[in-house]
Design a protein around this ligand. Structure first.
Ligand SMILES: C[S@@+](CC[C@H](N)C(=O)[O-])C[C@H]1O[C@@H](n2cnc3c(N)ncnc32)[C@H](O)[C@@H]1O
Length: 318
């Protein structure tokens, strides 16, 4: 456990005591294993879907491993914050996955508490030894952390995967300081029209064994990659692929298109499983996001609506 981050922890107004690899909050005790305090068990609603992706594709999305600048460009592009803004900021990263964003936030000079319910050991291994990060295994719906204590609350590609995104958002915004900044990403509700295959199949795929679903996607990934490459050559074909073919092909992705076929097929398997297996996929309505932001944030913010994503971000001009 990294002592630099102890002051951020709190449950019901109690600060923790650490003794013999346990976190004690008055009556409650939580184990610290592999330097990571565990506030939830491994058997959560994300264990069989996101947990599986972490096992199978641990380093796939890390810029440092895949030799792209996908995550860096995406974070800077979506936040619209200058890169120096991150320096020395205390960031609460909600749902860090295998740590692809964590490594970028750290490289920009931030100090990060990175939270996930699954795969935190993999994220820790991916980042390696770094005094500026502390991973915790916890639910972002019940954080053992002090409210109003972070310079930045950062939540990328996670909100829609929680049971009630509006409640999650209201809760997470309580952890930012009054003069702090937030970056919250959600899928857009418009995706239901753009990718109908996903929302049509999910009632079936979320009931399947994740192991079988994964094997099935792996089986058709190569032919699906070839067919979608062919169809993607024409505008009509691209629309057809998006609407009807259950495979995520990133050949046209601005930051990944230079990668070879093997990498893009692996990425396709990863992202198709990521579309079809999570228990929850509830894009928040932009108006709901706006209302929650209005009720909770003191700094100027904007809501960005695109056909595929909705963003809430603090406006930073310096
Ligand atoms: C699509 S992944 C995104 C991971 C990472 N932010 C990224 O962009 O690569 C969603 C992540 O949210 C996590 N997650 C979902 N619900 C959560 C919850 N209630 N508490 C903590 N993590 C959660 C999942 O375990 C998963 O790692």
């Amino acid at each position: 456990m990294n002592p630099n981050f102890l002051s951020f922890f709190e449950i019901d107004g109690q600060e923790p005591v650490i003794k013999n690899n346990f976190f004690y909050f008055s009556q409650n005790k939580f184990p610290v294993i592999n330097g990571i305090p565990r506030f939830t068990s491994d058997a959560s609603y994300v264990a069989n879907n996101f947990g599986k992706l972490r096992e199978k594709h641990a380093t796939l999305q890390l810029d440092s491993k895949n030799e792209t600048s996908d995550r860096r460009k995406t974070i800077l592009g979506r936040t619209k914050w200058p890169s120096h803004f991150f320096k020395n900021k205390a960031i609460l990263e909600c749902g860090c996955g295998a740590g692809p964003d964590t490594e970028i936030l750290l490289s920009l000079g931030a100090r990060v508490i990175a939270v996930d319910m699954a795969g935190v050991d993999i994220a820790k291994k991916n980042i390696g030894i770094n005094d500026n990060v502390q991973f915790i295994q916890a639910s972002i719906l019940d954080l053992p952390l002090k409210m109003k204590s972070f310079d930045i609350v950062f939540c990328h590609r996670v909100l829609q995967h929680t049971p009630n995104p509006a409640e999650t958002l209201s809760y997470l915004l309580k952890f930012v300081k009054e003069n702090g900044a937030v970056f919250i990403h959600s899928y857009s509700p418009g995706l239901k029209k753009i990718n109908p295959w996903k929302y049509a199949l999910r009632p079936i795929t979320t009931r399947m064994s994740p192991e079988i679903l994964y094997k099935l996607i792996k089986l058709y990934a190569k032919p699906a990659y070839r067919v979608t490459n062919l169809l993607n050559r024409k505008k009509f074909g691209r629309t057809f692929v998006k609407k009807f073919i259950p495979f995520r092909n990133h050949k046209l992705h601005p930051y990944l298109s230079e990668k070879n076929d093997d990498f893009l097929i692996e990425y396709g398997i990863h992202d198709t499983f990521d579309s079809l297996s999570p228990m929850f996929d509830n894009p928040i309505e932009p108006d709901t996001m706006e209302q929650i932001a209005k009720n909770n944030l003191k700094q100027p913010y904007e809501i960005i609506k695109t056909p595929t994503i909705t963003l809430l971000r603090t406006i930073i001009t310096h």
